[in-house]
Design a binder for this molecule. Structure first.
Ligand SMILES: [Zn+2]
Ligand SMILES: [Zn+2]
Length: 226
């Protein structure tokens, strides 16, 4: 196993490493550091989501997202290196569809997000939307997966929910803007990225048609102007 494979496996399932991965990490200082950062991030997220009083959740999620940032930044940097290695230098070129492409790459790199149920907490999702200046007027669909993930140079929320046309991924990233709506497609995936007041969101599904329907759903159910 090499470092790239280790990073992938660690990001895929931080708590269950194969024997091969365990053997690798024992002999590799940089992967040991990477694993520690991922574990710290996991604990931060668990604390952020393990809040019994929903009223406090928004603040705590925000605190977690902006406060104890150092380990996440390290993780994000490590993950962006993995992405760069995997997809070439694609996202260093500031193309017109950069953010939409990043969202597809994110989903491709984290296939377990579409097969696992994780932190599927409606109040957490509501708090995340609020932290971006939005109001959730009605549920988007049954939530399956919420994770604070490494993105470009920071972290963003990775959300998966069920729609009548299958699973949809919503990635919400603070502090960056695509400027205008972006579209990107690769074989098997289609993404749409759209600016919101405090960042942007991207919808990723398996077809352009579905992505555009899910995007419409997002704009109907989330009021971003508050
Ligand atoms: Zn290594
Ligand atoms: Zn993710």
């Amino acid at each position: 196993m090499n470092c790239l494979e280790f990073h992938r496996q660690k990001l895929a399932d931080p708590r269950r490493l194969s024997a091969e991965a365990q053997a690798h990490v024992h002999g590799c200082a940089s992967c040991t550091a990477f694993a520690r950062d991922v574990d710290e991030g996991e604990r931060d997220l668990e604390r952020a989501l393990a809040v019994s009083v929903p009223e406090g959740l928004a603040d705590r999620v925000l605190l977690r997202a902006r406060g104890g940032r150092a380990p996440w930044q390290v993780w994000a940097l490590a993950a962006s290196v993995v992405l760069a290695v995997t997809f070439g230098i694609l996202f260093y070129e500031k193309s017109q569809d950069q953010y939409a492409r990043l969202a597809i790459e994110h989903v491709v790199m984290e296939p377990e997000s579409l097969t696992t149920v994780r932190n599927a907490d409606a109040e957490a999702f509501r708090a995340i939307v609020q932290s971006f200046g939005g109001t959730l007027k009605a549920p988007l669909g049954t939530l399956r997966y919420i994770r604070l993930c490494p993105v470009e140079e920071g972290t963003g929320w990775h959300i998966v929910f069920e729609t009548p046309e299958g699973l949809a991924t919503l990635i919400i990233v603070p502090g960056k803007s695509p400027g205008a709506t972006q579209l990107a497609s690769t074989p098997g995936w289609s993404a749409l990225a759209r600016p919101v007041p405090r960042g942007y969101y991207a919808v990723v599904t398996t077809s352009a048609q579905t992505s555009s329907r899910v995007d419409r759903l997002v704009s109907e159910r989330i009021d971003w102007k508050t």
